[in-house]
Design a protein around this ligand. Sequence first.
Ligand code: MOS
Length: 701
Amino acid sequence: MSAEPLATKKGLGDPIDRVDGRLKVTGAARYAAEYPLPNLAHAVLVTSTIAKGRVLQVDATRAERLPGVIAIMTPMNAPRLPKKAASEGARPAMRVPTLLQDDQVHYNGQPIGVVIADTFEHAMAALPEIHVRYVTETALLDMATAPRNPPDTVRPLGGNRVTTRGDVERGLADAAVRVSETYTTPLENHNPMEVHNTTAAWDGDRLTLYESTQGIFNVRGSVAQAFGLAPENVRVVSHFTGGGFGSKGGPWSHEVLAAMAAKVARRPVKLVLTRRHMFGPAGGRARTIQRITLGAARDGALTALRHDSTSNTSTLENFVEGAATASRMLYATPNFSSTYDLVRLNVGSPTFMRAPGESTGTFGIESAMDELAHALGMDPVALRLKNYAERDPSDGRPWSSKSLRECYALAAEKFGWGARTPEPRSMRDGRWLVGWGMATATYPARTQPAGATARMNADGTVLIRTGTQEIGCGTYTVMSQIAADVLGIPVDRVHLELGVTDMPETPASTGSVTAASTGTAVHEAATLLQRRLAENGGQPVEVSTSTRPGPEQQHYSMHSFGTVFTEVRVDPELGIVRIPRVVTAHGVGRVLNEKTARSQIIGGVVWGIGMAMTEETHIDPHTGRYINADLAEYHVPVNADVGTIDVHFVDEHDPHVNPIGVKGVGEIGITGVAASIANAVFHATGKRVRDLPIRIERVMA
Ligand code: MOS
């Protein structure tokens, strides 16, 4: 464990090292693709090379005769699944995997087959020998010309396509200053270090899946449904997941395909996606085109805010990137409207990607606020304080807690914002143009039902079991800390078991809910255990609990807030942008572990730097092929791209959000970052970049 024994530390919030850190750095932590099942076969996906059409014929005769090849599944010979699972229509937000049940091709890179072989290498070697004939149709690949979805299928997070309050037209007419601009964010793809993978093993009609996932119960439910099994017949195991960021929130095609392959091969099958298969078959961030119009009085008070977002979906699903949701509640304007539109493209289905909606949306609204501040000749922080929302402007509810004012003050002080000269191009260091920008960060604080058991063993150790998953955030650690804190014992006397669907159900680790939801269940289980022990005279005892959020969820609006201040340096001749330092301050309720929480924010900021500067998935406009589907061409930040990240949390006591006062830190860290950087680039250069990423030619344009 840590150099300093954990037993010397006790408090909740202490920055203790990860309790699973030693397992991870020694390679002993077992990830899903590392279960050495006897007689294991290996599967790889065969993917389409056209973007739209039908698979006419698959000639695999040569491939089938290659060494080690066991079988090749195609749309023609794959086992038929019960109809219901295969034919569910594209309802709003409904995941529609492609499972070789028909010959339709919806995007370039779609799974259209599976090779099963005795080794991964033999399976890969068969791929070039599989010859597919298609009927090719013209693909929809251009957002400017592709048709819009019918309005009734556009349901952002299941909500309404249009939201209004007050009278935006009137508010704009009354405004002394208006800003109306279009901001765009590109297609992006999740690139966790661990690619998606499933190992499937049948025992009669009982199925076990070793799975890289953010949601073991989601996988269980979907796979059980696909095969027409009772959920109890599917056991999902996930002790460690090497990052997910939304793409592993729910199952795609490969889980069911692996289980189908294991049926065909009559032996356990491991299916690991290649890095290229991460582009298309496993989600990604939608492209957004955000039209934002702000109106303000001379003193900066917003008279109107309009945010209209168009994003792409696939031809399989109707996923809406909720880019306007943060705009609804960030500022106290009386007049607001937002609309969403969807364009169907022949690309892989988009899905949740870290702070889905808030990351893209805060780029739009926080860039627009910076433009408004400049138009008014007002300090960007002062403009935000002028429009500070003391209650949730979308519905009038009080906040469960909000420390955004303190965040602005703290970050501004740590950053040295007072020394900023407002005029663009007014700050220099030698030949470098220096720019200082800032933006607001926000993310909802959600708590969902969760369960846990707690057992006091005869040796004085405590076993906590809860069906959550460790996706790299520190779940083993903070859950252990919660239990240790309640029971008044050292953290190393708590043993935490998670990641198996036999355990009490908890939500998927998405939407920043785990610490709040599973943490509440662990807290209650430990509390019950302590009470029972007192009644029991200290005999070994086990308790079980399931918690659900109370009525406070209706009475209060629950969000985390924060701010991101950024310094950029721009080479005036070459347009190169460097980001030497970022200062953040967030109010996230109770911080369970200052070290893991800080890591979450750092991770979010690093990703925000990638979002701002480099990340973009390129699709060939003629073939729909994912052009840069690897880490050589899809650029995420490396060490040299990241300077100092100075993370601060303000003390925030939230008595309403849940019994442990936790709001979650998984996603807020990326929000506001791209706008903060774009605003700093404007301050440095006078050039407003409204299209991400901030490429050199956009700075120099
Ligand atoms: Mo998060 S994008 O909901 O995993």
